[in-house]
Design a protein around this ligand. Structure first.
Ligand code: PLP
Length: 332
């Protein structure tokens, strides 16, 4: 473990290092740079995904504070809620989640299958909310109520994206730099799906602390570019400040919002194409909300010649396949 992170409370949840694998068939098909995939869909914890790394630090902090339960929020098919529910069970904590009905016009089983099925298996108590509320504020109200009842709730914001959770992706950045060296990669860019911003921000903070200048391109899955840049920058700056006095500049935050489509959780034709290509050429499962939107961005940009001068390009597979079950009609 990198000594920079040793001052933070942390629990052991993640299968790490996750593999960094080549995608030779897809690279050849697209005729672009050598494509690599960081298998953070294989982090462990209830079918894996990027929230495992964040939860190592968040649950570490919760236990340190003497919490007896975790309270969090997300969209109905939140991978973050599913992984938080699993982590709570592993450490003997209760879990309460607020699920926002953020995605319109879903099938009947959208609220029972996929991630929600897993939330229920882990015994998480769930409350649904209509779309458009300030969900962190809603969850904080519940936290206050639980406190007044004598509970010791630990609040985790949506996506686990705060300066503690983002440390999980500082750790991933360090891990990647070791792998680039060991596998002799010349990486021109790292590409990832950018949502609640903790993954993107943590990655930027980690690379900054390690003095790497490899650019990171975040493909927005929800917000317009300027808002996403501000969200990522605010979190990246604060995360880095816990580890170094050298300030992180906003110019390192790169966001492309061209692949969101009609909105969060609504797959586009390009999203479906990305799922199809990753599956049929590399045997990989992407998800319709996050990783396939990110992947769509990467392959579309390859076709536009964006990565012309790059030898190796690395995509972070952030997981999410559990949500595929909630999108059956769009996929097959
Ligand atoms: C949460 C999530 C993301 C986005 O990560 P953020 O840290 O929220 O930006 C990407 N992919 C999957 C599968 C996720 O569950």
């Amino acid at each position: 473990m990198n000594p920079a992170l040793s001052k933070f409370s942390r629990v052991d949840l993640c299968h790490q290092p996750t593999p960094l694998e080549a995608m030779p068939r897809l690279s050849e098909k697209l005729g672009g740079p050598n494509l690599w995939i960081k298998r953070d869909d294989c982090t462990g914890l209830a079918t894996g995904g990027n929230k495992t790394r964040k939860l190592e630090f968040l649950v570490g902090d919760a236990l340190q504070q003497g919490a007896d339960m975790l309270v969090t929020q997300g969209a109905v098919q939140s991978n973050h809620v599913r992984q938080t529910a699993a982590a709570a069970c592993k450490f003997g904590l209760d879990c309460h989640a607020l699920l926002e009905r953020r995605v319109p016009d879903r099938d009947n089983d959208y609220e029972t299958t996929g991630n929600v099925l897993f939330d229920n298996i882990f015994g998480t108590t769930i409350e649904f909310r209509p779309p458009g509320l300030d969900m962190n504020a809603e969850a904080l109200q519940i936290v206050e109520k639980l406190r007044s009842q004598g509970r010791k709730p630990y609040f985790i914001p949506g996506g686990g994206s705060n300066e503690i959770g983002a440390l999980g992706y500082v750790s991933c950045a360090f891990e990647l730099l070791d792998q680039f060296e060991a596998q002799k990669l010349d990486v021109g860019r790292i590409v990832l799906a950018s949502g609640s911003a903790g993954t993107h921000a943590g990655m930027l903070a980690g690379l900054h602390v390690a003095h790497s200048n490899i650019p990171v391109l975040g493909i927005s899955v929800r917000q317009p570019k300027e808002r996403q840049i501000n969200a990522v920058y605010g979190l990246a700056k604060g995360t880095a400040a816990q580890l170094t006095d050298v300030p992180l500049g906003i110019e390192s935050v790169q966001v492309d919002d061209g692949y969101v489509g009609d909105g969060y959780g609504l797959p586009t034709k390009g999203t479906i194409r990305a799922i199809d290509l990753a599956a049929k050429f590399e045997g990989l499962l992407l998800d319709p909300v996050y990783s396939a939107k990110g992947f769509d961005g990467m392959i579309s940009l390859i076709q536009d010649g964006f990565f012309k001068t790059d030898k190796d390009v690395v995509f972070i597979h952030t997981g999410g396949s559990a949500a595929l079950f909630a999108y059956e009609t769009e996929l097959v």
